[in-house]
Structure formats: C-alpha cells, structure tokens
Ligand binder design. Structure first.
Ligand code: IPE
Ligand code: IPE
Ligand code: MG
Length: 256
C-alpha cells in the first residue's frame, strides 16, 4: 500500500464501476475551439464555462469526492493583456453567479495557487466563497488559479523551513506525508485521475507532486465540447485501468 492509495477509490452506488475519488482536469482548447468557428479566443473561454458546470454537476452525481480544475496557470500571465483581463473578469463573474449553487449542492469551494497576484476585489470574492462553503462535505471543488506545480512544491518547502527555523518541526519529521500536508491540496484524497482535454500530451506545470500515481487520460476533445457524456467516458476508462502501485499484476489480482 502506497500512502493509502488503495483506499482512494469508491464503488459507485449505481453500478459496479470504480469511481475515482479525486479527479483533476487541465481544461485546454478554448482558444482553438473559438478559432475553428472564426471567433476570437475569448469566446472559447466564455463557452468553456458551460463545460465547467457540466463537469462539476456530473462529478457530484457520480460520487467523486474531490474535483480540481486548472483554470489559470502561473505561466498564463504571458498571454496578451486583453486575454488575461477577460479571463479575470470571467472568473469574477462566474464566482458571483455560481457560488450559491455550489453551496446549495453541499460543495466546498477553494482556490489553490498564489492568489496574492489577483485584484483585491477578486481576492475578496474568493475568500467569501471559501468561507460560505467551508463546512460543506459532499465534494471539494478546487480551482487552480495562478497555480504552478513548482510553486506548490516551493511554497511547501518554504513553510516547512520556516517551521524548522521556529523550532516547531524537526528535520527528521519531514516525511512524505508531512510534505504533503504543506501542499495546497492538503486533506484531499490521493489524485486518482488526471484528464487533459485539447489534444496535447503534457502536464504544463499542474499537479507535479500529487500526480505521482494518478492515471492519465488525454482526449482531443476541446474543453468547450467536453460535456457530461465525455466526462462519463473518462470516468469509465479509469474504472478499467489496473493500478499496480509497483506490484505485479498477479499480486494485484490476489489482493482483490
Ligand atoms: C485553456 O484553453 C484555458 C486557459 C489556459 C485559460 P486555451 O486558451 O489554452 O486554448 P488553446 O489551447 O489555445 O486552444
Ligand atoms: C494549461 O493550458 C493551463 C490551463 C488549462 C489553465 P495551456 O494552454 O496554458 O498549456 P500550454 O502552455 O499549452 O502547455
Ligand atoms: Mg492551451
């Protein structure tokens, strides 16, 4: 057993399919979706919001316990200023519109990433949404914004170093689980499934630490086209994977 990963799957009440407890998605392909239709890239971002809604509600229905969505990477600041501006406005708008619904559905919301770079009003909106939903326990929705996997690891290292310096943590106590507790997805189940839409085969500095034993699912479908059915297909693929965690296939079958 590796870090409790064998217990990080549950059986969906509706079928014999294994449902991943924690799913993360690199929501890619908005710009191309719009360009294929002769529209500006931002039209793709706006249409991508509908996919977010569909995926959140499907995850909740299927019994996924944690859903982590990559909305804006630490590298996305390099895009044209106008596109970054639209993405920020959209984030603000969606937060304003959707938080009540998340709360009604007993979903806890949090943002992971360096939010200090966002406007004060966006930071306030984020805090208010996190506070409102903090006691909800049906599912945790984490939105990665100004997030980078290397930032997450560096941030954890800094916080650990600070505790050592203050004398509250001994060097020998810096174990894998201690390190994990200092990363931004602390307390959530192990990442089971990492999906990337949009046809590229890379992790783009997403959950580097957390993806250690995740199953990967890549699809050509562009994010605005990734709706309930596409998500269910990805979940079904996960159910058919054999996760060995270093063991042999025979050992895994014996332990079943
Ligand atoms: C993903 O879609 C959304 C963000 C990165 C914010 P893209 O905007 O990267 O779309 P493509 O990859 O250019 O098509
Ligand atoms: C990854 O998509 C980030 C998000 C989906 C938010 P990008 O479109 O930024 O990734 P790269 O730069 O093509 O790898
Ligand atoms: Mg992209």
């Amino acid at each position: 057993m590796v870090n409790g990963v064998f217990v990080s799957q549950s059986v969906n009440a509706d079928s014999s399919k294994l449902v991943p407890q924690h799913v993360a998605i690199i929501m890619d392909g908005n710009g191309r979706w719009a360009q294929q239709r002769g529209k500006t890239r931002v039209v793709g971002h706006k249409n991508g919001v509908e996919s977010v809604r569909a995926v959140v509600s499907t995850a909740r229905k299927q019994g996924v316990k944690a859903l982590t969505l990559f909305a804006f990477s630490s590298e996305n600041w390099r895009r044209p200023e106008q596109e970054v501006g639209v993405l920020m406005d959209l984030f603000m708008l969606v937060l304003t519109r959707e938080v009540k619904k998340l709360h009604k559905n007993n979903i806890r919301f949090q943002v992971i990433g360096d939010t200090s770079k966002f406007s004060a009003s966006l930071q306030d909106k984020i805090s208010a949404a996190e506070t409102l939903t903090q006691s909800n326990d049906a599912m945790v929705l984490s939105v990665a914004a100004n997030y980078g996997g290397r930032w997450d690891i560096t941030n954890a290292a800094q916080n650990i170093a600070r505790e050592v310096q203050e004398g509250t943590l001994a060097i020998d106590d810096i174990t894998e689980s201690c390190f994990d507790e200092h990363t931004s997805l602390v307390g959530l189940p192990e990442l089971d499934l990492l999906i990337r839409t949009g046809g590229d085969f890379r992790i783009s500095n997403f959950l580097l630490w957390q993806a250690a034993y995740a199953e990967f699912y890549f699809t050509d479908t562009l994010w605005p086209d990734f709706q309930e059915q596409a998500f269910i297909e990805a979940l079904a693929t996960f159910s058919d994977r054999e996760r060995r965690f270093g063991q042999t296939g025979d050992q895994v079958k014996e332990n079943r």
